[in-house]
Ligand binder design. Structure first.
Ligand code: MLT
Length: 211
């Protein structure tokens, strides 16, 4: 844990050459420890960078403010996404890691989607678990083939199917290479989420645009 960053966070150095760094972004009420196990499972040996959301909602950490469930304070989304992008850049310099692939769940997936749209160079890709559209009117981002996996739950009571579909369309339109799967699940993660994310991450280099 570091005190120099505005974020409380954990960093676990990787131990597998070539394993992509992951930026782990928890859901509402989570913290920087929540997704460490998931990260190690879906991409063994990857460096793991895991900040805690800096907004508190009734004591629960989040990555941006919302006005009601599914209704976001979009000015705050924009500001917090840029702040997260700065945190990622600082961590890259401190730890000597490449641009990470975000792995976000729920509120963490939503800030990851916002970061892709607000600061396209901050991430090399993203796994968005139960994500929804974070900004109604995002800036014109150029995602240039960046690989994005969206895993939605068909019975998710928080994220409507059309909303997840609209996010996939928004990112595709910006040029991302989007793989959107709809699983027989609710808002909670399921075993197929883990298996699909692991397979996709193992192949992520093949999805990435040639540099
Ligand atoms: C959000 O606020 O980001 C979404 O409603 C997901 C959640 O955190 O419940």
């Amino acid at each position: 844990m570091s005190t120099k960053s505005p974020f409380t966070y954990r960093f676990e150095p990787g131990d597998r050459t070539g394993a992509p760094p992951l930026l782990l972004l928890h859901g509402t009420g989570g913290d920087e420890t929540d997704l460490l196990q998931l990260g190690a499972t879906i991409s063994p040996g990857s460096p793991l960078l895991s900040p805690r959301g800096r907004v508190l909602e009734n004591g629960m950490p989040r990555f941006f403010r919302r006005l009601a469930e599914g209704v976001f304070d979009e000015d705050d989304v924009r500001r917090r996404a840029l702040e997260l992008g700065e945190f990622v850049q600082d961590a890259r310099e401190r730890y000597g890691i490449d641009a990470p692939i975000a792995v976000g769940y729920s509120n963490g997936a939503n800030i990851a989607a916002a970061l892709l749209l607000m600061d396209p160079h901050a991430l090399s890709g993203a796994v968005l678990l139960r994500a929804m559209v974070p900004l109604a009117d995002p800036p014109a981002a150029r995602l240039d083939g960046k690989p994005v996996l969206i895993l939605s739950g068909r019975q998710d009571p928080i994220v409507a199917a059309e909303n997840a579909g609209a996010l996939a369309a928004m990112l595709s339109k910006a040029g991302a290479s989007v793989d959107h799967r709809i699983l027989p699940a609710g808002h909670q993660l399921s075993q197929p989420d883990v298996a699909l994310a692991r397979t996709w991450l193992a192949e992520a280099k093949q999805h990435a645009p040639a540099t």
